[in-house]
Design a protein around this ligand. Sequence first.
Ligand code: RFL
Ligand code: PHB
Length: 389
Amino acid sequence: MRTQVAIVGAGPAGLMLGHLLRSEGTDCMVVERQSPEYVLSRIRAGVLEQVTVGLMERLGLDARLRKEGLVEEGFNLADGERLIRIDVAELTGKTVVVYGQTEIQRDLMEAAPSRGLEVVWEADEVALHAIDSDAPFLTYRKDGAEHRVDARFIVGCDGFHGPCRKAVPATAGRSFERVYPFGWLGILADVPPCHDELIYANHERGFALASMRSHTRSRYYIDVALSERIEDWSDDRLWDELAVRLGPEAGARIVRGPALEKSIAPLRSFVFEPMRYGSLLLCGDAAHIVPPTGAKGLNLAASDVHYAAEALVAYFRRNDADAIAGYSDKALARVWKSERFSWTLTRLMHRFPEDGPFERRMQVAELAYVAESRAAQQSIAENYVGLPV
Ligand code: RFL
Ligand code: PHB
């Protein structure tokens, strides 16, 4: 088979890109290793910046998001008993929307057939070939048969563990990485949230986050050592820990319920440069990872896709090779600012095992400064709602 753009991975990055290209009349198709059911069972991001909402709007796929998404005008940083409210709407004139990644994924998947976006699910052994030429191609196995897709470009939207980034020769790329000494243990439950806005808490027992998916579905996280095992965290133990870490007021308002999902995700900061090699472009988690503290991962995938679609459409419409050449620098400029913000907020809100009394005093001073300074709050707010694309 032949297409203009072959996309690897049908997560949010791959499907958003596929829809954008189709809407601009560019031929493309998507190959995905997992089944649709598996992809829809992954519980991940919850907070959408305007760039992500705007992209869904451009695609005409924002109806459910507008109806069911919760518009958030602010969020809170808790330090012990103190709650510092960041009034995002007042400080930036913008808001974020709470709408689960699973729902975005569903909206993108359901619209694919009617928009002529072909997705090959359960494609095994996806491999990239000739990416340093103008005629790259993919091979994969499905139902026991080998398939080949010839394209002008391949876009790697295959997440952190996928094959695309690994196809770039070691001498042509460079990785930057910070692995954190803890992970986030998350619980999803059909109970009303303890607060109408998100709370990120720095408690002496560790980090906690109170988030939500709707007025009746809550999402909470605590940080745990990487040696912790999920089997050792009964629902009761986790609810008890959340009630302590979120502070007396929010803790007292927690409504407990059985876990619909419970898992531990390791935290990592990672950037791969450049985000293009020859005829291969990388988007989303395939090129970079942020710790979830800033709620940036999915939103960065959306901004990458925005830049990649712009470059690919310029190439096919006007034969503009400069647009392709400029993709990596454009995307990385925004990526690194989100890396900085995610790292800073992670540093501020977590107790690192290597920290001593000095580092803790730095956190106390920083949080006191944020509580008192409009400038500090504005800086956090403008990063949280998302920097312009
Ligand atoms: P994905 O979603 O990982 O999708 C990649 C797709 O590629 C497929 N794939 C392959 N396909 C074919 N062949 C292969 N060999 C393949 N290998 C992999 C995979 O099956 C998959 O379908 O990457 P994408 O599209 O770049 O999207 C990135 C986001 O998923 C990610 O950044 C966010 O979930 C991060 N994140 C958050 N981001 C936010 O913006 N706001 C948040 O509030 C937020 N919270 C979170 C998060 C991530 C979390 N976890 C579990 C890591 C909270 C958590 C707990
Ligand atoms: C979530 O609701 O899953 C969520 C919200 C905010 C974050 C990370 C995750 O920073």
